[in-house]
Ligand binder design. Structure first.
Ligand SMILES: [Zn+2]
Length: 824
């Protein structure tokens, strides 16, 4: 599972009760084990129902039992029987809309198979529980545009099992420590394609225009990994060692499907090689669906992606911004699907590996800098958000969906990267291999991973697991230096300033002196450690954490000269980045020289960073770097660098660049074209508006679409109201519309005509009320409090009471006009 972009902006808890903090979350007790699940399903699009027949084979796990408790959410149960010699023998059962308690016909012994049959109707719209930001729904089964009334999207059906929503569409034991083989027969209109786990083993056309597709999964996997999808798709086929690798996309994206997904076979090969476990499943499909409730999901052999994966040819010129998701979900086929967390508490066993695979893939495919950049960004994502007090393995939580956060993902991924550095690549990957082969087709907990590492390395690693897996927080380091020329000793003082106890950390310290680098491997474990190193003269640089892998925050008291040396000689991505960050804040010639060097850094990510960090409000910087920025904006081989340089050039507000901006607006890269349009706006709003109007009739996406909308809504006058209102109204729903909503609201602040203003508010209110149910709890407060209430206050403060009152009338009753403070 990977979250959509917004998923980590945690909302404060509205529920005050903290009783969950006392509930230890155990792994589910296994009374019965799933063995095989056979489903026969068809769909009622008019009701968003699914008619299902399920044959579920189970056996008691160890102890004999005469009852079975299945998860089955909001279903209509028509029949429950046991199959004996092909005959249905009715069983007694009770059902409370969540649990189906069945009295078996006798007591079954441990390991003794039996098969129950259930005839049911799944009614996903009856599910009332809300999702989380990470997975914004629990309906399990989703009918998209089922009546075909919405022209902006195709009709589709898809499922989302994680965490415990598969039991909305079939009765099962909906726990991650269960596994089942399965066979699913879907009867659909012949115009649709279907996808499920495993292999399509049969297609049967019927005379009524329908068809039954049967998918079979012969290897056991957890119920939350089962999936179905139905819709009209183009299927593009690749292969890996004779296994089919396919991409299901909307027809429009068939020509670019390989540009988006085409690295998949190489990824499968790479991940098979690093894990030493050949891709374990019979084939691998990826499908893109509409209105998905998260980012993507690693259903076994059938990963499901949200529509953000579908980028057009011009978007892809700027780079495939979905490739890390493709890597993430693919690595889950090993870590998650082949070996599965035994409980949600251990979700990091799935997610830290998937997150870490993004770094691995970047490093392998695009070089060390690209891998290090991804690792660095993951660390920042964790440090910048609230994850301080959360253990990686968390036995106490309010809702299992809360575990899908920056701790389980990004912090977990960084911990794996540290572990890899600590034990070395060869031991690291050998340990992963041992873990995967020992626990294959089973569930695992974090200790299983520790045992594999201990077996391979011969080391006791309890301390590492206790500190990082069963503990919280991270070290905050204060690092300072001293050199004593009499006894020829360099000292490093490392203080751990975090609250709580000191972390035990193995650290590589590189001492650069006399043209040589000496590496010292040391351990620190105190709140204040002093390290001493021999040095015949003052070192040019002492580089603590020489491989830049520590998960920490740090205050490093290096000098500018240290950083200049570090940029040139230590040389890793983070070494160079730290030097750029420091130099950008300094006002002297040496620092500026470093910035000039960094503008030509060999890695595009650091060229972009350097441009962004330039302090061009400072005239001495501004004039010196201008020709360099102009050169980058024209000649850099990477579109995103050129785009960033154009953005910086816009800040010069010089008419001499007009022709260049105008030309760049037609660049094939959306980022370049979009930034050129915004830069033109900084010198000539009329010309920018004209360009935006011309472009607005074209079908463009990405950064250019955002720039067009920003230009249109920022610079248009009130007389353009009708066209701008229509543009907003007709814009397809989704993330793009949400961005547009904010531009439109800014525009409405300038609209004085009362009728137009009301019309504009009505359009915003319509889009609010049409928000799909699964997003409402997040989108509605934003639209009400930030957008609408913000507009009301703006109108009120400029004396337009009628406008303000109209907005308030559209808000929930608890919102009301704020008191205007009286001047005493
Ligand atoms: Zn994931």
């Amino acid at each position: 599972m990977i979250c959509s972009l917004t998923c980590f902006s945690q909302k404060p808890d509205s529920v005050k009760t903290e009783s969950w903090k006392k509930i230890y979350r155990t792994s589910a007790t296994k009374i019965n084990d799933l063995v095989h699940t056979k489903l026969d399903v068809s769909f009622d699009f008019s009701k968003s129902w699914m008619y299902g027949k399920a044959w579920i084979t189970l056996h008691p796990h160890f102890y004999a039992t005469d009852s079975l408790n299945l998860d089955a959410k909001e279903m209509e149960i028509n029949e429950v029987s046991i199959i004996k010699a092909g005959k249905h023998i009715p069983l007694k059962y009770s059902y409370d809309s969540h649990n189906l308690l069945i009295d078996l016909d006798k007591s079954y012994k441990g390991g003794e198979n039996y098969t129950v049959f259930i005839d049911y109707i799944a009614k996903p719209d009856d599910i009332k529980e809300k999702g989380s930001l990470a997975i914004s729904g629990r309906k399990g089964l989703y009918f998209i545009n089922p009546l075909g009334k919405d022209n902006s999207k195709p009709t589709q059906i898809w499922t989302q099992g994680e965490t415990q929503s598969s039991s909305v569409w079939f009765p099962t034991i909906d726990k991650p420590n269960q596994r089942t083989t399965d066979e699913i027969s879907m009867t659909v209109s012949d115009k649709y394609q279907t996808l499920s786990n495993g292999v399509l083993v049969n297609r049967k056309k019927h005379t009524d225009g329908t068809r039954t597709d049967t998918w079979k999964m012969n290897l056991p996997h957890a119920p939350y990994l089962m999936m179905m999808a139905v819709g009209e798709f183009s299927i593009i086929k690749d292969s890996y060692k004779g296994k089919e690798v396919s991409y299901y996309v909307e027809k429009e994206y068939a020509p670019v499907a390989r540009k988006i997904f085409g690295n998949t076979p190489e990824m499968i090969d790479y991940f098979s090689r690093v894990t030493g476990v050949e891709y374990p499943w019979p084939e691998y499909a990826q499908i893109v669906v509409r209105d998905y409730i998260s980012g993507a999901m690693e259903n076994t052999t059938a990963t499901l992606h949200s529509a953000s994966a579908q980028q057009d040819a011009r978007q892809l010129i700027d780079g495939n911004n979905w490739e890390y998701v493709i890597a993430h979900e693919l690595f889950h086929q090993w870590f998650g699907d082949y070996v599965t967390m035994e409980s949600w508490s251990n979700v990091t066993l799935n997610e830290s590996f998937a997150d870490f695979s993004e770094t691995l893939w970047n490093e392998y495919k695009y070089g060390r800098d690209a891998g290090d950049e991804h690792n660095f960004q993951g660390m920042q994502a964790y440090l910048q958000r609230d994850g301080q007090n959360k253990d990686l393995v968390r036995f106490y939580y309010k809702d299992e969906m809360d575990l899908y956060d920056v701790v389980s993902y990004q912090k977990g991924g960084r911990i794996l990267n540290m572990l890899r550095n600590q034990v070395g690549d060869s031991a690291f990957f050998k340990s992963l291999n041992l873990y995967l082969t020992t626990k294959k087709f089973q569930s695992a907990e974090a200790h299983d991973l520790r045992l594999a590492f201990e077996e391979v390395t011969g080391q006791d690693l309890n301390w590492f697991w206790n500190q990082w897996y069963y503990g919280s927080g991270h070290p905050k380091l204060d690092i300072s230096y001293d050199y004593n020329s009499e006894n020829k000793t360099a000292k490093v003082f490392i203080k751990q300033t975090q609250t709580g106890k000191a972390f035990r950390l193995p650290i590589a310290v590189d001492v650069y002196q006399g043209g040589k680098k000496n590496r010292y491997k040391v351990w620190i474990d105190q709140t204040a450690d002093t390290l001493s190193f021999p040095a015949t003269s003052k070192p040019d640089l002492i580089n603590v954490d020489g491989d830049k892998i520590l998960l920490c925050e740090k205050t490093d008291h290096k000098t500018l000269d240290n950083y200049i040396f570090q940029y040139k000689n230590a040389g890793l991505y983070v070494d160079r980045r730290e030097a750029i960050t420091y130099a950008a804040g300094q006002k002297n010639a040496k620092a500026l020289d470093l910035m000039k060097t960094a503008l030509n850094d060999m890695y595009q990510g650091l060229r972009i960073y350097s441009i962004q960090k330039l302090n061009i409000r400072n005239d001495s910087v501004k004039n010196v770097v201008e020709p360099m920025i102009f050169d980058l904006s024209k000649n850099d081989p990477k579109p995103l660098v050129r785009a960033t340089a154009i953005e910086a050039l816009g800040k010069y507000k010089k008419d001499t660049y007009r022709e260049f901006f105008l030309k760049s607006i037609n660049d094939s890269s959306y980022s370049i074209a979009g930034n050129a349009l915004l830069a033109l706006g900084s010198i000539d709003t009329v010309s920018a508006l004209n360009q935006a109007k011309i472009l607005s009739s074209q079908n463009v996406k990405g950064a250019l679409s955002v720039a067009i909308n920003k230009t249109l809504y920022d610079y248009s006058s009130e007389s353009d109201f009708d066209s701008l209102a229509a543009r907003f109204d007709n814009f397809p729903s989704g993330n793009g519309k949400f961005t547009l909503l904010q531009s439109f609201a800014n525009y409405l602040k300038r609209v004085k005509n009362i009728d137009n203003f009301k019309k504009g508010i009505d359009l915003i209110v319509n889009s609010r009320d049409e928000t799909p149910e699964q997003y409402r709890q997040y989108v509605l407060p934003f639209i009400n409090e930030r957008i609408l209430n913000g507009l009301a206050i703006a109108k009120q403060s400029s004396g337009m009471k009628e406008q303000a009152d109209y907005v308030y009338s559209k808000l929930p009753s608890k919102s009301k006009a704020p008191e205007i403070p009286k001047v005493p």
